[in-house]
Design a protein around this ligand. Structure first.
Ligand SMILES: *Cc1c(COP(=O)(O)O)cnc(C)c1O
Ligand SMILES: [Zn+2]
Length: 475
């Protein structure tokens, strides 16, 4: 494995390289160097391409033809099908378990809830990935890079889905040992059960996600373990393909809005990079607008963007604004708190890249309450397919933006459903079964006071007549 100690910036002779996000630094590193931040200034790294020296598609529609080659693992994967748009690894070195076979569903039932003209709301269902969340898109890319550089152990801190994904890639390929760091308490059983069953070494830290994130970075550096958290720039390359598939499903028509939940802000950052690059390659003529939705109990991006006016600022965002805010959080002992555990994050590692994405896509940021999240989730479920709580933040956010008139009635909107409904059955069952007067108790600490769309089970005696009577009454 290439060591972290080399901070030798490479000359721009390679067509693919890693580049510091800080435009006043601009240090570059070889593609097979293992690092999660710039060795010169400590900023995030981007995977960068000199497209003029790479074979790129001339038209997006040409990419569709790849599906006809689905007998090749490279083209079967919903990520590597777009290899030409993330060509950091040689085609014969990429790792796939068949990720990215996801679908874009026109959701007329949910469009009524959101307040859009029927036919205009689409749900990109990333829960259909092999480990049940969009994380597989990024993980296959990071895992490919890890294997490329000879890693034998890979680690991440996780609210659940990243660890489930990493553990799955390790188990299917048997190429690496997964080491996952979780906080205490807030991990859904669906996700934890995956990591345990796939055989990951699971380290539970007495702290929250932000603590686990800080520790995993220190420890993987100390022990030379490959880190696959979304600070890893290769993960974002894989996550770009969610947007390629959305465009493909819309017959390459760019929608008006992409709405995505924001946690560590890897997805939003990746989507922005995807559109930036498609534009640069002349493959699209306009970019959609991006809406990033925080949970109200983990609203760092919303505070920084909407209240403190933190912007990309042509590559020179005033990141001190974020540092001051984090100091405030520490002083007030504020911890992230939301039922949407996958976005229960107060120090989003990809903040700066997300600011770039918001700039590229003329983006907006909103926050939604746990009440709005759970109601939206119930409506997504009632429309079929369903999702986990964090995913429903996108639908709740679209509804809010519609009410505010930011999204128009006629706009074509794509909400990303980031994770599978069965990831967090506890939240779903609590919503549908808890009595109104117990709500405060069960979910109330997070301000959820009602279940507007609860579908309650009916209790009947063990008696045919009574059962028939009940069914006729309720159906
Ligand atoms: C990881 C995750 C998110 C948050 O995505 P980021 O890229 O970290 O912003 C949202 N929903 C689900 C289901 C997730 O697993
Ligand atoms: Zn730098």
């Amino acid at each position: 494995m290439t060591t972290i100690a080399e901070s030798r910036p490479v000359a721009l002779k390679e067509a693919v390289y890693q580049r510091c996000l800080n435009i006043d630094c601009g240090a570059t590193y070889g593609v097979s160097e293992v690092r999660v931040k710039c060795g010169v200034c400590g900023d995030l790294l981007d995977v960068a391409y000199d497209w003029s020296r790479l074979p790129t598609p001339k038209r997006l529609v040409d990419l569709e033809g790849m599906w006809s080659k689905r007998h090749e693992p490279l083209r079967f994967s919903g990520v590597w099908r777009f290899h030409e748009l993330l060509p950091f690894a040689p085609a014969n070195r990429v790792i796939t378990v068949g990720e990215g076979q996801t679908l874009l569903q026109q959701a007329d039932f949910v469009s009524r809830y959101v307040g859009l003209r029927p036919g205009q709301l689409y749900l990109q269902y990333e829960g259909m990935n092999p480990s049940g969340s969009f994380k597989d898109n990024g993980m296959c890319a990071a895992f490919t890079h890890a294997h490329m550089v000879g890693a034998k152990r890979a680690a991440c801190a996780s609210t659940g889905n990243t660890s489930a994904s990493l553990a799955m890639y390790c188990a299917v390929t048997q190429l690496m040992k997964a080491i996952i760091f979780i906080g205490t308490g807030k991990i859904s059983y669906g996700k934890l059960s995956q990591a345990l069953e796939y055989g990951a070494l699971t380290v539970q830290i007495a702290g929250d996600f932000d603590d686990a994130m800080a520790r995993v970075q220190e420890i993987s550096k100390e022990l030379g373990i490959y880190l696959v958290n979304s600070v890893n720039p290769f993960r974002l390359e894989g996550q770009k393909t969610v947007m390629f598939r959305v465009l493909e499903a819309l017959r390459w028509e760019v929608p008006d809005w992409i709405v995505v939940p924001g946690g560590n802000l890897g997805n939003s950052s990746a989507f922005g990079k995807a559109f930036m690059e498609l534009k640069e390659l002349g493959l699209i003529s306009r970019v959609p607008r991006l809406a990033v939705i925080n949970a109200a109990g983990a609203d760092t991006l919303d505070v920084l963007f909407n209240q403190r006016n933190l912007r990309w600022n042509r590559g020179r965002p005033r990141m001190e604004t974020a540092c001051w805010y984090y100091d405030e959080l520490d002083r007030n002992k504020t911890k992230a708190d939301t039922i949407a555990s996958a976005i229960e994050i107060n120090r989003p590692v990809n903040l700066k890249k997300c600011l770039r994405a918001l700039d590229v896509c003329d983006g907006v940021v909103r926050k939604v309450s746990d009440q709005e999240i759970l109601d939206a989730k119930a409506q997504v479920g009632a429309g079929g397919i369903g999702c986990e709580p964090a995913s429903a933040a996108s639908v709740a956010g679209a509804k809010l933006l519609r009410q505010q008139g930011v999204i128009g009635y006629e706009d074509r909107v794509v909400c990303i459903l980031t994770g599978h409904q069965l990831k967090d059955p506890t939240a779903t069952v609590a919503y549908h079964t808890t009595d109104q007067d117990k709500f405060e108790e069960v979910l109330g600490s997070r301000g959820v006071t009602r279940a507007s769309y609860a579908n309650r089970a009916i209790a009947v005696p063990n008696n045919v007549e009574a059962i028939i009577k009940a069914i006729q009454l309720y159906s």
